[in-house]
Ligand binder design. Structure first.
Ligand code: TYD
Length: 139
């Protein structure tokens, strides 16, 4: 899997004068079953998150409120995605280095993940990631 597999997905949006509603079904709108949800909030201005890759984890990132950027790097190419609507999300395949920055005030970053938390699944050293990514097909 390469950066070409990482895409912005438009989610269903039920517009209603009482307030809009969007939903995400594992295996339907995103290509994995959801085992974990976590969220970043109260992010101070100028703060960066991420700076790691996951060996096996699939993720889907949604700006539930406010906005922020996700920079994906597959070892060869980088792409910056701006998330600012709660009916769009970014699918992130395994073995993608990610940096999150440019958080607006009040931003809430929700992440749907394919596995429970596992520290062993992280690669936190960029050189180690870059070497491992070179061995993958399509990189
Ligand atoms: P980390 O994934 O490094 O944060 P980010 O990528 O958003 O910058 O996680 C930060 C800390 O939180 C780290 O000590 C691990 C812990 N953590 C959990 O315990 N469970 C989780 O589901 C996540 C995502 C993190």
């Amino acid at each position: 899997m390469s950066i070409k597999d990482c895409k912005i997905v438009e989610l269903p949006k039920i517009s209603d004068p009482r307030g809009n509603l969007s939903f995400i079904e594992g295996g339907q709108h995103i290509p994995f079953d959801i085992k974990r949800v976590y969220y970043l909030y109260d992010v101070p201005g100028g703060s960066d998150r991420g700076s790691h890759a996951h060996k096996h984890l699939h993720q889907f990132i949604v700006a539930m409120s406010g906005s922020f950027d996700v920079v994906l790097d597959d070892g060869q190419q980088k792409h910056r995605f701006h998330l600012n609507r709660s009916y769009y999300g970014l699918y992130v395949c395994p073995m993608m280095w990610r940096d999150l920055d440019n958080f607006s005030s009040g931003a809430v970053c929700m992440v749907l993940a394919s596995e429970h938390y596992d520290a062993v699944d992280y690669i936190r050293d960029y050189e180690e990631f870059s070497l491992a990514a070179k061995l993958l097909p399509n990189r």
